[in-house]
Design a protein around this ligand. Structure first.
Ligand code: GDP
Ligand code: MN
Length: 378
């Protein structure tokens, strides 16, 4: 998942990487009201999840009050490569002396964390790589060993930074960015430009962060910086609960263990003339909470008319799933009919638990899917 610049900068602040003073605004009027007379120059930056925003006119340097209205008018609602601008970050305008590029990314090919550096910051790295590849330094860092002195030596050689005070600031920021990758499961953290400003201060003027989706359940204060825009609220809650869930348009809600079986279940629903309401993989574990969370999420989808469980117990134990269903039924008051296919490890124990709840249980997948489809009717 990509984070917006302002969300990324919040994370930088948490890691004590210097950022400009600034505030996020969700409407032109709010921004206009709250801008102080004596903070100029300021920079107003469109928040969109796409690169090359500066070039597209999404970054405006505003020198005085009289320019602000038209600048905001211009930014809010602007279209940048198909993304509509609905948030604008307003920051203090700083005097840039030099711009650098610095990023760390998870490199699946080398199985390392790759640090990319250039003293020609400001331009997009893809463009720089094409036009001036010698200006870029790439270093693979072994995550089992971590950052070592030789990485810093190479960084300073390439960037030609000699001043001790500056070196200390860069060293600090490099360490913090690397720490973020490890602690927050990032696929990418990029600062472009990382700038030296007046007074010999090094500061992150931009941020680009991609979080590995699998790391999201482990992030504390998830809500404070997460990007909700392209997820339904059900999908967001599923993410938080560690479930793989994609909402669809049909009316048969599915709860399945294993992604492959979940895909097959959707195919089979279609084959028998039904429409799946979602893809949902509760995973291979036996945690009853997962079932409860899954039922909570499906319950909120008003299109769901039947819930179909398809559980093939391997590592997953049927009795754990059954217990999850039992607890959920007691807690959640589910009025939607449920069809269950439950087979495999501890099947007998599971069926026993469910029988006490008067639920429909099938052993074959075909039988269960047909039943669910028939309950929808025409
Ligand atoms: P991007 O084009 O989407 O990557 O947007 P950036 O946040 O990187 O900003 C683009 C350019 O705007 C930077 O390379 C800077 O040259 C300039 N810029 C950004 N913030 C400031 C600032 O505070 N002061 C000044 N003078 N320029 C800025
Ligand atoms: Mn940038």
């Amino acid at each position: 998942m990509k984070l917006y610049e302002f969300q990324g900068k919040r994370l930088f602040a948490k890691y004590l990487i210097p950022i400009p003073k600034g505030k996020i605004f969700y409407s032109k009027d709010d921004a206009f009201k709250m801008i102080d007379q004596d903070i100029f120059p300021i920079v107003a930056k469109a928040q969109v999840l796409v690169g090359g925003r500066g070039k597209a006119g999404g970054v405006k340097l505003i020198k005085q009050v009289s320019e602000i209205e038209s600048a905001l008018e211009n930014l809010f609602g602007m279209d940048i490569k198909g993304y509509k601008v609905e948030k604008v970050l307003i920051e203090e305008g700083l005097n840039i002396e030099q711009e650098f590029y610095l990023s760390f990314m998870l490199n699946r090919n080398s199985e390392k964390i790759t640090m990319i550096t250039s003293s020609q910051g400001g331009t997009e790295i893809e463009i720089l790589a094409e036009e001036n590849p010698e200006a870029i330094l790439k270093l693979d860092i072994d995550p089992l060993i971590g950052l070592k002195n030789h990485h810093f030596v190479k960084f300073f050689e390439k960037t030609k930074i000699k001043d001790r005070n500056l070196k200390n600031q860069f060293r600090y920021i490099i360490k913090k960015m690397y720490q973020m990758v490890i602690e927050l499961s990032l696929n990418l953290v990029e600062i472009n430009p990382l700038a030296i400003i007046k007074g010999n201060r090094v500061i992150a003027l931009d941020s680009k962060i991609v979080v590995d989706d699998n790391g999201i359940p482990f992030l504390s204060d998830f809500d404070s910086f997460i990007n909700y825009d392209d997820l339904t609220s059900e999908e967001l809650d599923a993410k938080k609960a560690g479930l793989s869930y994609v909402q669809l348009n049909g009316n048969i809600g599915c709860i399945v263990n294993g992604a492959g079986l979940a895909m097959t279940t959707m195919d089979m629903i279609k084959y028998f003339g039904g429409e799946p309401a979602n893809f949902l993989d509760v995973g291979g574990s036996s945690n009853p909470d997962k079932v409860i969370n899954a039922l909570k999420i499906l319950k909120r989808d008003k299109n769901v008319k039947v819930i179909l469980f398809n559980i093939f117990g391997g590592i997953t134990r049927c009795d754990d799933i059954a217990n999850g269903i039992k607890i959920a039924m007691e807690k959640l008051e589910i009025s939607i009919p449920i069809v269950i296919r439950l087979t495999g490890t501890n099947e007998k124990e599971g069926v026993k638990i469910l029988n006490s709840l008067n639920l429909d249980i099938a052993t074959s997948m075909q039988e269960a899917v047909k039943k669910a489809v028939s309950m929808i009717g025409d």
